[in-house]
Write a protein that binds this ligand. Sequence first.
Ligand SMILES: Nc1ncnc2c1ncn2[C@@H]1O[C@H](COP(=O)(O)OP(=O)(O)OP(=O)(O)O)[C@@H](O)[C@H]1O
Ligand SMILES: [Mg+2]
Length: 324
Amino acid sequence: MSQVLIEVEHLRKSFGGFRAVDGLSFSVSKGEVLGFLGPNGAGKSTTMKMLTGFLTPSAGRARICGAEISDDLLEVRENIGYLPEGAPAYGDMTPGQFLRFIAQVRGYEKQAANKAIADAVAKTQLQSVLDQPIDTLSKGFKRRVGIAQAILHNPPVLIMDEPTDGLDPNQKFAVRRLITAMAKEKAIIISTHILEEVEAVCTRALIIDQGRIVADGTPAELIARSRYHNAVTLEVATGDADLIRQGLKEIEGAGDISEVAMNAASKRITVFPKDPETLLIDDVAIVSTEKHWPIKSLYAEAGRLDEVFRSLTTSDAGEQGAVS
Ligand SMILES: Nc1ncnc2c1ncn2[C@@H]1O[C@H](COP(=O)(O)OP(=O)(O)OP(=O)(O)O)[C@@H](O)[C@H]1O
Ligand SMILES: [Mg+2]
């Protein structure tokens, strides 16, 4: 049976009369990586600050490894690694000094501290900057110092606020791989604005808007809510577009058709299924072969997470095509 390590019930945070987090409930089990997605100001960081004891909830409750955040904050903090937004404090310290300080605060003896620090440094590839003051490090290295600090005590619960923000593509890849490698043994929450990251590392995602959960599912489930799910896109020469569009209309099961110019020479035509569960690709392939359409490429769409995100988090959803 899955082991629930994070339980959140009706969590709420108000600042004055403004509800930044408005009754969130969810749980995360060992082995899960939960993604928080949402526009700026949705309440992602505020939720993370409450789970890690840096903000007191206005209402609701949360348990980390069975301990209530309102009663057992010390125990909660022992079980949590937290990467806050932005850069770690203590900019005068070097990463080496900072991590030793954290190890001491966490009560490590010297030898155990050496081992924990060496491990965290290796996982975040910090060797080359260990003796340089944190203030003088580049943004990405500062971020990696924060990650090293969060994983130092090998906690069962990890909460990371935009862990790959500011990292170069190689480091993004490395941090995603690190998260995936740690996931088996932990319950992890990350927030991100990078939608590909959700597919790359998250087993489940919550889309949060104005302090509320507006979608909850696996990346595949969320993507399947897209209008593009099971649609077929063809790349064709501009001169052939009219003929091909007419032909596509005749396919049974075909609904709307959209057309986007890629450049002067080519267009991308997308045919949407009338019923989202209809697979159109075989029919489109058969018709295009029969009619000898000169097609540059043809593919079935899984769906587009950016479109789902937009349609759930903007008031002009109608224009973008609402999800079913
Ligand atoms: N201490 C505070 N006092 C007043 N308002 C606050 C405070 N902290 C956060 N807020 C407000 O709460 C809302 C949620 O902020 P939060 O930082 O949680 O958003 P977020 O989802 O993390 O956004 P981003 O994607 O920009 O990081 C925002 O409107 C923010 O201005
Ligand atoms: Mg934030």
